[in-house]
Design a protein around this ligand. Structure first.
Ligand code: CO
Length: 172
């Protein structure tokens, strides 16, 4: 395994539509393993192949460390539902955060690293992360969807508020 360098905006590869994966071989497994190691190194919850310089339809998402990493190969969104506005960031945009509206629910059809098809349903933050990564595979970046930029001071204030709230929750 190897830690890869994260490709940052503006880089043309981030705006390209990624190629479909047709070979489910050792090279693909290596890419997935390298992407996972890279994502953990930079504390991300998702990573798409173009962000490590490979323009192929491969992405990973791990919102909950208790669960196995989601490997999305050639993913297709088959259903969406609801809508939610939350603050998002992206490893390719260091220090940029903004409010983005996305569906609350998503259903996706994708392939495993061995090529087998599977279906996945997700909600909330996990759905958001999956949709953010699938956007990357289509050359769509989150900055084009930001409806309001959130600066670092505001982000820190919100995070402190959230910690307060969870403390209150514990006491109640
Ligand atoms: Co991103």
């Amino acid at each position: 395994m190897a830690i890869k360098e994260i490709v940052e905006h503006p880089s043309p590869i981030l705006l390209q539509k990624c190629k479909e994966v047709v070979k489910f071989d050792e090279k693909l497994a290596q890419l997935l393993d390298d992407m996972y190691e890279t994502m953990k190194e930079v504390d991300g919850v998702g990573l798409a192949a173009p962000q490590v310089g490979e323009s192929v339809q491969v992405a990973i998402v791990e919102v909950d460390e208790e669960q196995e990493v989601i490997e999305l190969i050639n993913p297709v969104v088959t259903a969406i539902g609801g809508s939610e506005i939350e603050i998002e960031g992206c490893l390719s945009f260091p220090g940029v955060y903004g409010e983005v509206e996305r569906p609350f629910y998503v259903k996706v059809e994708a392939q495993e690293r061995d090529g087998s098809l599977y279906e996945l349903e997700a909600e909330g933050y996990e759905a958001r992360a999956i949709l953010h990564e699938i956007d990357h595979l289509n050359g769509v970046l989150f900055d084009s969807k930001i409806i309001r930029i959130v600066d670092l001071d505001e982000l820190e204030a919100l995070e402190e508020e959230e910690i307060e709230m969870s403390r209150e929750g514990e006491e109640a």
